[in-house]
Design a protein around this ligand. Structure first.
Ligand code: FMN
Length: 274
């Protein structure tokens, strides 16, 4: 039940909810917007009808427009957002102090708003908030990699992990970088856009986290370790077999501060004239 309702005292019959519905399943029936009979099952629950109504007349899925967050005047300043995008850094030095669960949970609540293909919203956020759990994962992952190197079981193309093992023995944690937390975003492989859905969520997480002073690191070394070298870790941390892992990220309070943005040039644009 999508529970689409229109408050007739508020509705100004502007037709915005009708126009904006991506599935065109809303029409004017008896003067007011309504779901076209028989088409409710096509709703992708994107809430565009709810968001686009200037009067707060539309409700769907039992949502209350009066308790929804207003947008006007609340988007970030574009200059500051640009500085965030340019000033975000791959953080490879972390303090041991954990980030509290409320903060992590709030971050996840926000990135649950990231778009997914056909509003599929099947991303699974596998997060490690307890640094003791993170330490166990770190130790077991490294033990698994060490064993795979000893047994000559490292998959082709990942032979360089033997160098990471040498670094580990020398006291350098090149894979986890000493971070107290990790996040893996996965989604069913058979979804409409698993790769994009997971990477958009992680990109959103990274930007919001860094705006709050939390360091993040996209972590291919960890992803390959738990998918190709020590897959039992993937199972142990609860990522379902039928899921595509978009990527893994480690995060925590940074033990490093950056004072300026990098100076990267836009050097590859294919400006089409047709
Ligand atoms: C998909 C992806 C995977 C990455 N994997 C790792 C990794 O495993 N270890 C690491 O230290 N850095 C990793 N990085 C960080 C990149 O090296 C870093 O983003 C790049 O050097 C640019 O630096 P910046 O992020 O500070 O702009 C990864 C970045 C991306 C986007």
């Amino acid at each position: 039940m999508i529970n689409f309702t229109v408050d007739k005292d508020r509705c100004i019959k502007c037709g915005e909810c009708v126009e904006d519905c991506p599935r065109s399943i809303i029409g004017f029936i008896d003067e007011y917007p309504s779901i076209i009979p028989g088409r409710a099952g096509e709703c992708i629950q994107c809430q565009h009808c709810f968001a686009v109504c200037s009067e707060g007349a539309v409700s769907i899925l039992g949502l209350d427009p009066d308790s929804a967050e207003a947008i006007a005047g609340n988007f970030p300043d574009p200059g500051k957002l640009a500085t965030l995008i340019k000033g975000r850094r791959a953080v490879r030095r972390y303090l041991k102090d954990p980030i509290d669960w409320d903060t992590i949970s709030n971050l996840l609540q926000v990135i649950a708003h990231a778009p997914t293909g056909i509003n599929n919203r099947q991303n699974l956020f596998t997060v490690v908030d307890d640094p003791r759990v993170m330490e166990k994962i770190r130790q077991e992952t490294m033990a698994g990699i060490i064993k795979a190197v000893e047994d000559k079981r490292i998959p082709a193309g990942l032979e360089f992990y033997s160098g990471l093992v040498d670094a580990w023995h020398a006291g350098k944690d090149v894979i986890f970088r000493g971070a107290p937390h990790m996040l893996a975003v996965s989604t069913p492989k058979n979804g409409p856009s698993p790769e994009a859905d997971t990477l958009i969520a992680l990109t959103s997480f990274e930007l919001l986290a860094q705006s709050m002073g939390i360091g993040t690191l996209w972590n291919g070394l960890l992803k390959w370790a738990i998918t190709a070298i020590v897959p039992e870790i993937r199972t142990k941390i609860g990522i379902p077999e039928d899921h595509h892992i978009g990527y893994t990220m480690v995060f925590g309070r940074p033990d490093v501060r950056y004072f300026r943005t990098a100076q990267r040039k836009l050097n590859r644009v294919n400006r089409v004239s047709f």
